[in-house]
Design a protein around this ligand. Structure first.
Ligand code: NAD
Length: 432
C-alpha cells in the first residue's frame, strides 16, 4: 500500500516507520524544515526507544522517505493519514487549524479516490468538517476515516507494532476494508480491530484519555487524604489494585499527569460537554485535582524553607513529563521550576534525555548537570520529579555526601521512607 503520513511528530513518525516496516511505501510529510533536514540526514528529532533503528532500516530499504511536498505525497498515496498537532485552543477546545489546513491541502492535491484518515486526536464532528472541506476543494471520490492513536510516548514503537486494539471509525465499507488491510499485519496475535461509526471512534479517544487521567487524579486525591490521616497511599494502592475490576495500572500517586495529550484532551472533553449542555463534573474535577497536585508539592518545599528561597539551591532529577521520552510539554518540572525560580531558588537539573529541550525552555535561568550526581553538588535538597529507571536505585551514601543537607522531596515515591530515615535522610514524598 502507498501511504502518506502528514505530520512527522511523536505519532506521525512512529506510525510512518511502523507502516513502512510492514512493507508499505510511506512518505512522511512535515512543514518543519529543521525537522526534515535532520530526518534526511538520518537524525531522529525526538527520543523514542527503538525509533532510530526502525527509521534507518526502512529508509535504507527505500520504503520510508521524508518530504515537505504534500502534493507529491498525496498523489503517490492511496491513504493519507493526518497526524498533525491539535493543541489546546484559548477556550479549552482542540485547535483544529492544522488538521483543517492539511485537509484542504490534501483536497487540492487529490488525483483520484483516497482514504483520508484522522489520526490526530480530534473532537466529535471533525471528520465531518474534514469531509466538507475536501468536497468543496476536490472533484474526486474519497472517504474520511477516524483512526485515533493510543500509543504511549516512551513505548510508542512497541505499542504501535503490537497495539491492544485498533479503532477504526468508518461509515464506508470500501474504506473499512482498506484500513483493515493496513492494520492486519499488526494484529496477528489476535488483538482486535474495532470498527465503529466515525463519531464513536472520535469520542473513544477522549473517553480513554479522560478515564486514564481520572485514575491518576483519583489516586492523588486519596493520597492527599492519606497524608492527613496517617495512612500510606502506596499500601492503599496495592490494597485496591488487587481487585481485578480496578487493576494496578495508572494508580501511582505523584505529581499528576502532564504531556501533550492528557491535559489538553481532558480540557477539550469538558469544552465539548459545555458546547452540548452536558456538565462534565467528574472530568472537570480531574483537571482541578491535577493542577493542585503540583502546587501541593511546592507547598511541601515552602513549608520547610518558607517563601523566600533566594539562598536555596535544589538538585532536580527528571525534566521530561514521564520516563523514556524527551518530551517536556506540560511536564510537572516546567511548572515546578518556574515557581521555584520566582521564589529566588537556584536549580541544578539533570535528565537522561530532555536536557536539550530544557535548555531551549529555561536557557541560563537554571544550570544543567552532566549526570545525576553532578546535579547534587552543594544543593540543599534533591527534588525527584520523573521516575527514570536510573533514579530508582541510586547510591544513597553518595547522594548524602554530595548534598549540603540530606533532604529529598520525592514527587514519585521511589524510595522506602523507613529506610531513608534510617539512612539519615529527611524524606518527603506523596501520600505518606
Ligand atoms: P507533534 O507536535 O510531535 O507533531 C506534529 C507534527 O505536525 C509536527 O512535526 C509539525 O511540524 C507537523 N505539522 C503541523 N502542521 C503541518 C502541516 N500543515 N503540514 C505538515 N506537517 C505539519 O504532535 P504529536 O505528539 O505527534 O501529536 C499529533 C496528534 O496525535 C495530536 O492530535 C495528539 O493529540 C495525538 N496523539 C499524540 C500522542 C502522543 O503520545 N504524542 C498519542 C496519541 C495521539
Amino acid at each position: 500500500m502507498n501511504i502518506a503520513v502528514i505530520g512527522a511528530g511523536y505519532v506521525g513518525l512512529v506510525a510512518g516507520a511502523c507502516f513502512a516496516d510492514m512493507g508499505n511505501n510511506v512518505i512522511c510529510v512535515d512543514n518543519n524544515e529543521e525537522k526534515l533536514l535532520k530526518l534526511e540526514k538520518g537524525l531522529i528529532p525526538i527520543y523514542e526507544p527503538g525509533l532510530e533503528e526502525l527509521v534507518k532500516a526502512n529508509v535504507n530499504e527505500n520504503r520510508l522517505s521524508f518530504s515537505s511536498n504534500l502534493d507529491y505525497a498525496v498523489k503517490k498515496s492511496d491513504v493519507c493519514f493526518i497526524a498533525v498537532g491539535t493543541p489546546q485552543g484559548e477556550d479549552g477546545s482542540a485547535d483544529l487549524q492544522y488538521v483543517l489546513t492539511v485537509a484542504k491541502q490534501i483536497a487540492l492535491s487529490m488525483d483520484g479516490y483516497k482514504v483520508i484518515v484522522d489520526k490526530s486526536t480530534v473532537p466529535v464532528g471533525t471528520a465531518e468538517k474534514v469531509a466538507e472541506i475536501i468536497k468543496e476543494n476536490s472533484k474526486y471520490d474519497f472517504d474520511v476515516v477516524s483512526n485515533p492513536e493510543f500509543l504511549k510516548q516512551g513505548n510508542a514503537v512497541d505499542d504501535f507494532l503490537s497495539p491492544d486494539r485498533v479503532v477504526i471509525g468508518s461509515n464506508s465499507d470500501k474504506a473499512t476494508v482498506i484500513m483493515q488491510e493496513i492494520y492486519a499485519p499488526f494484529l496477528r496475535t489476535g488483538n482486535r480491530v474495532i470498527v465503529m461509526d466515525v463519531k464513536s471512534a472520535e469520542m473513544t479517544k477522549y473517553a480513554a484519555n479522560s478515564f486514564l487521567a481520572t485514575k491518576i487524579s483519583f489516586m492523588n486525591e486519596i493520597a492527599n487524604l492519606c497524608e492527613k490521616v496517617g495512612a500510606d497511599a502506596d499500601m492503599v494502592r496495592v490494597g485496591i489494585s488487587t481487585d481485578s475490576r480496578i487493576g494496578n495500572k495508572f494508580l501511582f500517586p505523584g505529581l499528576g499527569y502532564g504531556g501533550s495529550c492528557f491535559p489538553k484532551d481532558v480540557k477539550a472533553l469538558i469544552k465539548t460537554g459545555s458546547d452540548n449542555g452536558v456538565d462534565m463534573s467528574i472530568i472537570s474535577a480531574v483537571d482541578k485535582t491535577n493542577k493542585s497536585q503540583r502546587k501541593l508539592f511546592i507547598e511541601k518545599i515552602t513549608k520547610k524553607y518558607g517563601n523566600d528561597l533566594s539562598n536555596k539551591t535544589f538538585a532536580l532529577w527528571g525534566l521530561s513529563f514521564k520516563p523514556q521520552t524527551d518530551d517536556m510539554r506540560e511536564a510537572p518540572s516546567v511548572t515546578i521550576i518556574s515557581e521555584l525560580l520566582k521564589m529566588g531558588a537556584k536549580i541544578q537539573a539533570y535528565d537522561p534525555k530532555a536536557m536539550e529541550i530544557a535548555k531551549a525552555i529555561f536557557k541560563d535561568k537554571i544550570t544543567y548537570a552532566k549526570n545525576s550526581y553532578e546535579a547534587l553538588v552543594g544543593a540543599d535538597a534533591l527534588l525527584l520529579l520523573t521516575e527514570w529507571r536510573e533514579f530508582r536505585r541510586p547510591d544513597m551514601e553518595k547522594i548524602k555526601n554530595l548534598l549540603k543537607t540530606p533532604v529529598i522531596f520525592d514527587g514519585r515515591n521511589q524510595y522506602n521512607p523507613i529506610r531513608m530515615e534510617q539512612m539519615g535522610f529527611e524524606y518527603i514524598c506523596i501520600g505518606k
